[in-house]
Ligand binder design. Structure first.
Ligand code: FAE
Length: 547
């Protein structure tokens, strides 16, 4: 077998030397010898570009939470899997020796195909902070629709590459409103624990929290919440808390304490590359094609599905278009990616029998941001860990759960900053625009008003109690609310509506949705634990009954 042997199905068709080169030699050797490591600290994935004409038993579109769970569990069940990921592998250091850049000095690695950064918090002291960068397949996509900018991770690991790692299981009493057709007992007894274990979720040591400089901002957040009578909670995270202690002690390379988060984290955070994807790769049955974008899925003449894929370069140009076939296809391109594909494929005749629910039920998880200006005697600290670890829970009384977020500027800002998740009832719909050849989303900025009202149930009260005011310099000139964006897109192919109760797309046996598109718009807390747990539930059923 030569080095250039193309990928057939899973790792079986990859040359031995090619596979080892693609995975890092240690993991490759272990995988091929059938020895899976118990715990992996390194980010590893078996990358090798799929060949045109290949046939794969299972093709997974996207490598975020849903896609990674599907790949691991299918591989463990003996199925060869190929994951198609439009973003980069993020396994090679840049000229500065680091894979990812930090929030204070974004470079070409920061944004997906942009020539200027589009920071979520885009003003500071009333002045714009965005800067020019060179166009590149960077890690964070600020995807603009008419009424909202949707931030998403791009690369092997999806959103896990860019997110804060806050790993929150919703309160059980809220679950019926989140996924009404799913058995809550099963989720809380089996699938949430399985997801938390698979993701490596942990909670900060409370004693360290109380003493470390880097969480002074969160302690100020706690003090203000409690003085106004709000429940304040620690929030679990997938960051390695022991590593962060060592960062603070100065004994390891700093990451959370060096402003790394939004554009990737070089150490400490257990992204999917270090958890589900590493385990999936170690089975030897999973291969990943980075910088490959699925553009079409349609029934194949001889059964299964024909999948069209554009291979792109780091400028975003298509360098090759490949056609492959797959017995089963899992849509795991994220709420926006999956919805856009399905809406386009239904409207353009590739999958005309998809039902009328496709594209509907999309929500922003009620995201809204704000800052508060504290008194000069109440500093929040120059050193702020980028990993949030606490929140204010006013969901039951006021419809808002606010994470106490960092402002890691490196200087004292006297600001408290919050990302609120609110019970916003508005839902938008994706639709095919034949004139532009694109998919539109009909969200309107004014639909954020309920979120602002709910967030105000917390912060108006805290401001009144503390004698403080809102910051007006973080999102524009005299603009209080960050109401132009979401980090948490959900829905568009809702469970038990566009699919059956396990994600099988209605009308097309062998096509599945297994990502955040299944969740109808809101999870009451940060969403990735629920996306992971639901994927664990659904793939178990699919493996038991469809394979
Ligand atoms: P996702 O992780 O987005 O993965 C989809 C993948 O598919 C991506 O890698 C895409 O590049 C790829 N893709 C899309 N279209 C195609 C195509 N046509 N062909 C090939 N590949 C494609 O989906 N959630 C939390 O729970 N806690 C947090 O602390 C948190 N913080 C966040 C902070 C930021 C800045 C952002 C952007 C998100 C945050 N989230 C957080 C949200 C979380 O990352 C998100 O809900 C999940 O990543 C969604 O998981 P999915 O599997 O649905």
């Amino acid at each position: 077998m030569s080095d250039s042997t193309s990928v057939g199905s899973g790792a079986k068709g990859v040359s031995r030397r090619g596979f080892i080169a693609g995975t890092g030699s240690l993991l490759g050797a272990m995988a091929l010898s059938g020895r899976a490591p118990a715990a992996l600290a390194q980010a590893v994935s078996a990358t090798a570009p799929i060949a045109g004409g290949a046939h794969v038993p299972a093709l997974v579109i996207g490598s975020g939470y849903g896609g990674s769970v599907a790949a691991l569990r299918l591989a463990e069940a003996g199925v060869d899997v190929h994951m198609i990921e439009m973003g980069m592998a993020w396994d090679t250091p840049g000229p500065d020796g680091k894979i990812f850049c930090n929030t204070l000095s974004p470079d070409h690695r920061s944004y997906w195909l942009r020539t200027r950064t589009k920071a979520p918090l885009n003003y500071f002291l009333g002045a714009p902070i965005d800067k020019n960068i060179s166009r590149y397949t960077g890690i964070l996509d600020a995807e603009e629709f008419s009424g909202i900018t949707v931030y998403q991770g791009r690369g092997v690991g999806g959103g896990s590459l860019v997110n804060g790692g806050m790993a929150v299981t919703p309160k059980r009493e809220n679950f019926a409103a989140i996924l009404p057709s799913v058995d809550a007992d099963e989720m809380y007894n089996i699938y949430y624990p399985r997801a938390n274990a698979g993701l490596g979720v942990g909670t900060i040591d409370p004693a360290w929290f109380d003493s470390t400089d880097c969480y002074q901002y969160a302690r100020v957040g706690r003090k203000h919440a409690q003085r106004s009578g709000f429940p304040w909670v620690f929030v679990p995270d997938v960051y390695d808390w022991d590593y962060m202690k060592q960062e603070a002690a100065g004994t390891v390379t700093k990451s959370a304490l060096a402003g790394e988060i939004l554009y990737g984290n070089n150490n400490g955070k257990k992204s999917l590359q270090k958890t589900y994807i590493a385990r999936a790769s170690a089975t030897g049955r999973v291969t990943i094609s980075p910088l490959h974008k699925v553009t079409s899925v349609a029934p194949a003449a001889g059964g299964g599905y024909t999948v069209v894929i554009d291979q792109i370069n780091t400028n975003g140009d298509t360098i090759e278009t490949k056609t492959v076939t797959a017995d089963k296809v899992f849509f795991a391109a994220g709420s926006v990616g999956t919805s856009k594909l399905l809406v386009k494929l239904k409207a353009t005749g590739a999958l005309p029998n998809l039902n009328g629910e496709v594209g509907k039920g999309w929500g922003d998880n009620g995201n809204v941001m704000c800052g508060r200006a504290n008194h000069m005697w109440d500093p929040t600290g120059c050193l702020q860990s980028t990993i949030p670890c606490s929140g204010i829970d006013n969901w039951a009384a006021g419809g808002a759960f606010a994470e106490v977020a960092p402002l890691p500027t490196g200087i004292e800002t006297y600001a408290s900053f919050y990302l609120s998740i609110t019970k916003n009832p508005n839902r938008a719909e994706f639709s095919w625009n034949a004139a532009t050849g694109k998919v539109d989303l009909n969200w309107q900025t004014s639909w954020k008003q309920p979120s602002i009202d709910m967030a105000k149930t917390i912060f108006d009260k805290i401001n009144a109690k503390e004698g403080t005011i809102y910051r007006t310099d973080l999102f524009g000139v005299y603009k209080i609310w960050g109401d132009h964006l979401t980090y948490h897109p959900l829905g568009g192919a809702v469970l038990n509506k566009a699919t059956d109760n396990y994600g099988r797309l209605v009308g097309y046996p062998g096509l599945y949705v297994i990502d955040g598109a299944l969740i109808p718009g809101n999870t009451s807390v940060n969403p990735f634990v629920t996306i992971t747990a639901l994927a664990e539930r659904n793939i178990e059923k699919i493996i038991a009954t469809d394979l």
